[in-house]
Design a protein around this ligand. Structure first.
Ligand code: TMP
Length: 211
């Protein structure tokens, strides 16, 4: 695909509660951008393919137990181990669409009662997203979508708490979209935000979290 000489790719993050539709919107968005000849990759966190990701995965499946602080740092380390390749990709002109990032890291751990500033600290210095799209869905609606599986965090009360924590993390890079819109409408909104972001971020330098 096209590499616009010298310009960098955008870091676009999708966030939201479990069952908010992030994963399907991520792949729809990436397909659309690819179709436009834009160099783009789909990423996700946790990246379960690394050694750290394997530990996280068995924790989420309730196969292993870890204390809340330890697992928080594993999620963070899982982003740190990908930081360099993320920066390299962005600099080479590739846009990255990420399913979850540091906001999930902080929101889920803070929802367990960990101090929010403590939760943010290990994320400091990771690459700041150019755009965060938050798929807004009431926790009750998420629960109704069914398919809350057997993973550790898929509980209504907990998701309510996660939603509250997410609100504390909203900043100027966030676009909040109504996840209850028909998928096609949602898809159109995401395309518009993503294309605007890709066009404008080329003039901005890559900067660190958290400003
Ligand atoms: P996934 O379903 O998107 O693979 O995410 C797995 C679960 O992990 C989900 O409930 C959100 C949670 N999570 C954290 O607790 N901390 C993190 O840093 C990330 C990326 C996800």
């Amino acid at each position: 695909s096209i590499h616009h000489g010298g310009s960098r790719g955008a870091l676009i993050v999708l966030e939201g509660l479990d069952r908010s539709g992030k994963t399907s919107q991520c792949s729809r968005l990436v397909s659309h951008l690819e179709g436009k000849g834009i160099s783009v990759e789909a990423w996700r966190f946790p990246d379960r393919k690394t050694d750290i990701g394997t530990m996280i995965s068995s924790y989420l499946a309730n196969i292993s137990q870890l204390d809340d602080q330890a697992v928080h740092l594993l999620f963070s380390a899982n982003r740190w181990e990908k930081r360099l390749s993320m920066e390299t990709k962005l600099r080479s002109g590739t846009t990255i669409v990420v399913d979850r990032y540091s906001y999930s890291g902080v929101a889920f751990s803070a929802a367990k009662g960990l101090d929010i500033e403590w939760c943010k600290a290990p994320e400091t210095g990771l690459i700041a997203p150019d755009l965060v799209i938050y798929l807004d869905l009431p926790p009750e609606e998420a629960a109704k979508r069914g398919g809350y599986g057997t993973e550790r965090y898929e509980q209504l009360e907990f998701q309510r708490n996660v939603a509250q924590q997410y609100q504390k993390l909203r900043d100027s890079t966030w676009k909040v979209v109504d996840a209850q819109l028909p998928v096609e409408d949602l898809e159109m909104q995401l395309r518009k935000f993503a294309l605007e972001c890709i066009a404008t971020c080329q003039k901005k330098t890559i900067s660190p979290l958290w400003p």
